[in-house]
Design a protein around this ligand. Structure first.
Ligand SMILES: [Zn+2]
Length: 129
């Protein structure tokens, strides 16, 4: 990969990282204040309708799932930035084949070529059964 292209991907990754980190901090703040509210809320928990409590739990669960996903992407971005430093960026971490530029443009933190990605997804499908 040409240096100019590499620099462009590096910038994309750094932008994504900054964006996600902002989200992540926001989530942690939200969550902190939520748990504080929960503690305060315990005093008046008798007045809380069970249905309302259920919906809050679902909402928190979704937030956690989303945050977990963001954290995963953040980790993948970190690894991609490290690969740029190592000079292995753009190569599949499983088979070493180059990942297509088109794929990297869509997912700059992609770790696998399409073939390996499909293999992994297949295996995940089989494991779920
Ligand atoms: Zn591969």
């Amino acid at each position: 990969m040409r240096k100019r292209e590499l620099e462009r991907f590096k910038k994309m990754l750094l932008d994504m990282k900054a964006e996600l980190e902002k989200d992540w901090e926001h989530f942690e703040e939200e969550n902190l204040s939520k748990s504080l509210r929960d503690q305060v809320g315990q005093v008046s928990s008798f007045t809380t309708h069970p249905a309302d409590m259920g919906s809050v739990t679902d909402e928190q669960e979704r937030a956690f799932l989303l945050a977990g996903h963001e954290k995963e992407i953040l980790n993948a971005i970190e690894r991609a930035l490290k690969r740029i430093e190592d000079g292995t960026y753009g190569k599949c971490v499983m088979c070493g084949a180059p990942i297509s530029i088109e794929r990297l443009k869509a997912i700059p933190y992609a770790e696998y070529c399409i073939e390996c990605q499909e293999k992994i997804e297949m295996e995940e499908l089989i494991e779920e059964r």
